[in-house]
Design a protein around this ligand. Structure first.
Ligand SMILES: *Cc1c(COP(=O)(O)O)cnc(C)c1O
Length: 388
């Protein structure tokens, strides 16, 4: 059976299962061995070589979801990003990177690249013209993030991929926010997709992991660096991630459905001044999002009216947790200026449009009406407290 023909729920449930030949159990067994007999000279299995049975099989599920030839899983999303960059960039090379992106990626580039002699340019915006302006003769990689964290800007994936191809530059994308359920960038010409599997792939706020997917040739190049850096994931966690991913499409579709309704609700609310969600017609890149995403995802950012303190509002929420990270089955909110982007300077935050009032909302699988009620009561209580 061709994997390409399988539906997404079937891929999530079955691709990459390990058959339990011995006991015929329903799920994949866990192989915890760090030592394997040399019964085949071609395969020397060792966890740091990313080739234990569990690692190898889960990679197949991720590859199938991203319609890739090959995939690898890592101990964290940052391990996936750093190993990916270090595989394609060396001393004297140059990286073009989107200005609006995950804070950790930006920190890695700003704090580590000079030690390796790798040059970089952050674009002025997520528009194609700014990528063109940033390219130099020694540019080897262009890295984009769309929808971006936390402002949900949409980058034209096809345009950037073909721009890079015309110049022999490799393209990488952080597909964490969309997840493979809502966006498949390899189909649009991108070379390598990465994920923080800590987010939607894991989905239950209990796993730290990362993944990359692409052609066999590209993933082999990443493997060559990764085996030296040693960022692999324990097989216990690999197994847990496999279990989580069986419900990936179910969860993300249900979260996306909630997010679409909540974005509309927030957009109409008189105490909400701004809503950033690519599914809203008012989003400047709504049409682009529609053309390159299967659906709009479950991340929303918004700003409350002047005079309604964002921090005080979060404290009034009962159901929605105010916490770090995102993409779990439970809804969470946070202030990027205090958390994910706290290490940027005020000027850097202003430059990309992250105000101190901006609230990032990771929509979970709870019932829409309960989430809506929670937000309504928290706004009302915050207003009453402010004017008392
Ligand atoms: C969380 C996150 C990362 C980093 O992943 P970790 O698993 O925390 O290392 C990278 N990109 C995006 C968009 C993220 O949200």
């Amino acid at each position: 059976m061709s994997k390409k023909k399988l539906g997404i729920h079937t891929i999530c449930t079955h691709v990459g299962e390990i058959k339990d030949e011995q006991f015929k159990g329903a799920i994949s067994p866990i192989y915890m061995s760090t030592s394997y007999e040399f019964d085949n000279v071609d395969i020397k299995r060792y966890p740091r070589y990313f080739n234990t049975p569990n690692q190898e099989h889960l990679s197949k599920k991720i590859a199938a979801l991203e319609r890739a030839e090959s995939a690898m899983i890592f101990g964290s999303g940052m391990a996936a990003i750093s190993h990916m960059f270090l595989a394609f960039l060396q001393k004297g090379d140059h990286l073009v990177v989107q200005n609006t992106l995950y804070g950790g990626t930006s920190n890695f580039i700003r704090e580590e690249f000079h030690k390796y002699g790798i040059e970089y340019t952050f674009t002025n915006s997520h528009k194609e013209a700014d990528f063109i302006a940033a390219i130099r003769p020694n540019t080897k990689v262009i890295h984009i993030e769309t929808p971006s964290n936390p402002l949900l800007t949409i980058t034209d994936i096809k345009a950037i991929a073909s721009l890079a191809k015309s110049k022999g530059i490799i393209t990488t994308i952080d597909n964490t926010f969309a997840s493979p359920v809502n966006q498949n960038p390899l189909d649009l010409g991108i070379d390598i997709v990465m994920h923080s599997a800590t987010k939607y792939l894991g989905g239950h706020s209990d796993i730290l992991a990362g993944a990359v997917a692409g052609s066999k040739d590209h993933i082999d190049r990443i493997w060559n660096v990764s085996k030296n850096l040693g960022g692999s994931l324990s097989d216990m966690t690999v197994w847990l991630l496999e279990r989580s991913m069986k419900t990936l499409a179910l969860r993300v579709k249900s979260q996306t459905k909630n997010a679409k309704k909540l974005a509309k609700f927030l957009n109409k609310h008189s105490d909400v001044t701004k809503v950033y969600y690519p599914g809203l017609k008012s989003h400047p890149e709504h049409e682009l999002a529609k053309s390159q995403m299967h659906d709009f995802g479950a991340m929303i950012s918004f700003e409350l009216a002047n005079g309604i303190d964002a921090m005080a509002f979060q404290k009034q929420l009962h159901l929605i947790k105010s916490s770090m990270s995102l993409a779990g089955v439970e809804s969470t909110m946070l202030l990027p200026s205090e958390t994910s982007h706290a290490l940027l300077t005020q000027e850097q935050r202003d430059a990309v449009g992250i105000s101190d009032r901006l609230i990032r909302f990771s929509v979970g699988i709870e019932n829409y009406k309960d989430l809506k009620k929670d937000i309504e009561q928290a706004i009302t209580k915050t207003k009453v407290a402010a004017f008392a």
